[in-house]
Write a protein that binds this ligand. Structure first.
Ligand code: GLN
Length: 493
């Protein structure tokens, strides 16, 4: 691809959330009034769209009321008065936190996850818990605990619907987070989580912006593990500067998570002179030419900003990413789920029989079908006799995939491609997918996640009225590079 060096100088993008915070600070907006408005909206619309699993108006208003008093006394904060929603798998003190699973019914953490605590310290108002696939197992949020079980008085939880077309999925697994980000008319940022693409996918389907940081940049303390070597807490919101603001608050080393690291920073800077790589094998694997066209048209605008587009080659990531990801993710998930057995957290039954019978009966009735499939496959992949052939081989392949990605990132600043190979599908289409077809949908998002690389997504434009997400991946701890390109292109009219 050829570069035309016709550079446009953009004015520095100011986050609308930053403007909101400034108005809260100087009394132009009342945190309490704004909280009432967003609560009215949730009460009215959640019945239809199911973006929230738990939402408690009283708690939101109490937080806003207390904050309002402190603001009058001069309290400051980067997220002062900003309503923040939290994915169900991230612990919020005192609020039922189920990771989208029936097995955690009734579990109310006695502490806040570090990401939540840090947002609160900067004046955020925690709205509630957003809907997701059970423990993050899915791409469409349809593996959400759909049925009630005996004794579960919550009435079950319904599948979140895409606000752009309620017949379609919000994406997953952070579906409620992205759906509400697109739906709300008020200032809001969502805390989400990605293991293999659960932030980029729903943001793409709902036409909003997202950041998934370098592995370790945000503490996982208080996150219910899906796969520990892959899980990352990140953000979804209306614009890149909004999500970058939240990331700057929640990132950084935490003594409670030994894998956490210092914040890499998320500030957007100049992109002039940057090289953007378009991975040809991944592009070839995306069947929909029109969708690629929408993404490429937006990407070409980067040339006007002084960037150069180049073709890059990552054949191993395109060919093996999905297989390697699912083996490792399921192996880790199957061990993580062992602790949910009806003894310590959430759902339990009358103690009867030996421990094997009791654990089996609780797990049989409370885990959904996809969780059970992953426990079986993950256990198989790491069983003695099969371990060498599956789990260990996948671990070796992962190292190769990382080397391949790093070699490409030695030549370009970011790698860019559509976040998903499709636009938000209809629920009727999702029902017809086999598990393997389902997993294949993660083709574009798994490489960056397997390699622990930071990535940001924006809406590139519409196709048949539905958004096409564009994803930018940078090197480890170069989160601000991915953010810079995403913010600059988002700002191009
Ligand atoms: N769709 C992928 C999976 O099912 C990714 C989910 C995630 O990132 N939590 O594993």
């Amino acid at each position: 691809m050829v570069c035309r060096k016709r550079c446009i100088v953009l004015k520095k993008e100011i986050s609308p959330v930053v403007e909101f915070v400034a108005k809260i600070q100087n009394g132009g907006i009342s945190a309490l009034e704004h909280a009432h408005k967003i609560c009215d909206e949730i009460e009215k619309k959640n019945k239809k769209f199911h973006h929230f699993n738990s939402f408690d108006r009283k708690s939101v208003i109490a937080q806003a009321g207390a904050l309002e008093k402190e603001i009058k006394k001069g309290r400051k904060g980067k997220l002062l008065g900003v309503p923040v929603s939290v994915k169900d798998c991230i612990c919020v003190k005192g609020v039922e936190s189920r990771a989208g699973s029936r097995i955690l019914s009734g579990y109310r953490p006695v502490f806040d996850a570090t990401a939540v605590a840090r947002a609160r310290e900067e004046g955020a108002i925690i709205l509630g818990k957003t809907a997701q696939d059970e423990f993050g197992f899915g791409t469409f949020s349809v593996n959400h605990m759909a049925h009630t079980i005996e004794g579960d008085k919550t009435g079950g939880v319904k599948i979140p619907l895409n606000p752009l077309d309620p017949q379609r999925s919000c994406g997953g697994s952070s579906g409620g987070a992205a759906g509400f980000s697109a739906l709300t008319e008020y200032t809001h940022i969502a805390i989400g989580e990605s293991t293999g693409g659960s932030i980029a996918c729903p943001a793409s389907f709902c036409g909003v912006a997202s950041i998934t940081p370098t592995y370790g940049a945000v503490s996982r303390y208080g996150l219910m593990d899906y796969a520990n070597s892959l899980d990352k807490i990140g953000a979804i919101g209306k614009s890149v500067p909004d999500v970058a603001l939240l990331m700057g608050v929640i990132a950084g080393k935490d003594v409670r998570d030994s894998t956490s690291a210092d914040s890499p920073g998320f500030e957007a800077g100049s992109v002039s002179g940057m090289r953007i790589g378009v991975p040809k094998e991944l592009m070839a694997a995306i069947g929909d030419g029109k969708l690629k066209g929408v993404a490429l048209e937006k990407l070409r605008r980067a040339e006007e900003l002084g960037c150069t587009l180049v073709d890059v080659s990552m054949p191993m990531n395109a060919a093996y990413g999905v297989a390697v990801y699912y083996l490792i993710a399921m192996a880790e998930a199957s061990t993580n789920l062992a602790k949910y057995c009806g003894m310590r957290y959430g759902h339990s039954r009358k103690l009867e029989g030996g421990f094997n019978e009791y654990f089996s009966s609780v797990r049989s009735e409370a885990f959904g079908e996809e969780a059970k499939r992953r426990i079986l496959l993950g256990t198989f992949a790491r069983m003695s006799g099969f371990r060498d052939a599956y789990y260990l081989r996948a671990m070796k392949a992962r190292t190769r995939l990382i080397s391949e990605f790093m070699a490409v990132l030695g030549k370009v600043d970011v790698v860019a491609h559509p976040a998903m190979p499709v636009v938000a599908p209809r629920f009727s289409e999702i029902e017809r997918l086999t598990p393997m077809e389902n997993y294949a949908m993660d083709l574009c998002t798994v490489p960056a996640n397997l390699c622990g690389l930071p990535h940001a997504t924006i809406n590139a434009g519409l196709m048949g009225g539905l958004p096409v997400g564009l994803m930018f991946t940078a090197g480890h701890f170069k989160d601000s590079t991915a953010v810079s390109v995403a913010a600059a292109l988002e700002a191009v009219p």
